[in-house]
Design a protein. Structure first.
Length: 157
């Protein structure tokens, strides 16, 4: 009987430790996750656009031979993508108009790239799409210009 109560006490001790660990992890600041999502997705898109801006010939060749976006001239598609990726990713990195900035990136990732360009890259689309959807629905967090504007200029909570 003593062995059974020790085993039961050991199980309860493990369960209590797991619960304490879960509670401790649950206190991790959401704002840090929001910041890392914004930075990760924003820097990914910005870096891709910067490569094409630094070498427009290479960028145009990518759109002509690799991406082959339907319905658009490759030069126009490249310029639209570069604009979208630099402006929206910059806003996302700064945390300025963050929710609005996620929308063009979501359209580009989920509709254009996933459907027409790289349908096999669904893992990237899921990862980036989920981060962008999280920012869209939950906001950019306290480490953002949006938060500062809301708190100090618009006096919103």
């Amino acid at each position: 009987m003593a062995a059974r109560s020790q085993s039961s006490a050991g199980t309860q001790s493990v369960a209590a430790r797991l619960n304490a660990l879960r509670d401790w992890l649950g206190r991790f600041p959401l704002s840090i996750l929001q910041l890392t999502m914004r930075l990760g997705v924003g820097l990914y898109w910005f870096k891709g656009a910067l490569l094409r801006i630094q070498s427009p010939e290479f960028g145009l060749k990518l759109f002509q031979e690799e991406y082959k976006v339907p319905f658009l001239d490759p030069a126009l598609a490249m310029h639209l993508a570069n604009f979208n990726e630099t402006v929206c990713s910059g806003l996302l990195i700064l945390g300025l108009f963050s929710r609005l900035a996620t929308l063009p990136l979501l359209v580009q990732q989920l509709l254009v790239i996933q459907i027409f360009v790289f349908p096999q890259s669904y893992v990237d689309s899921l990862l980036q799409g989920s981060c962008l959807l999280f920012i869209l629905t939950q906001g950019p967090g306290i480490f953002s210009l949006d938060h500062l504007i809301n708190r100090y200029f618009l006096k919103l909570p």
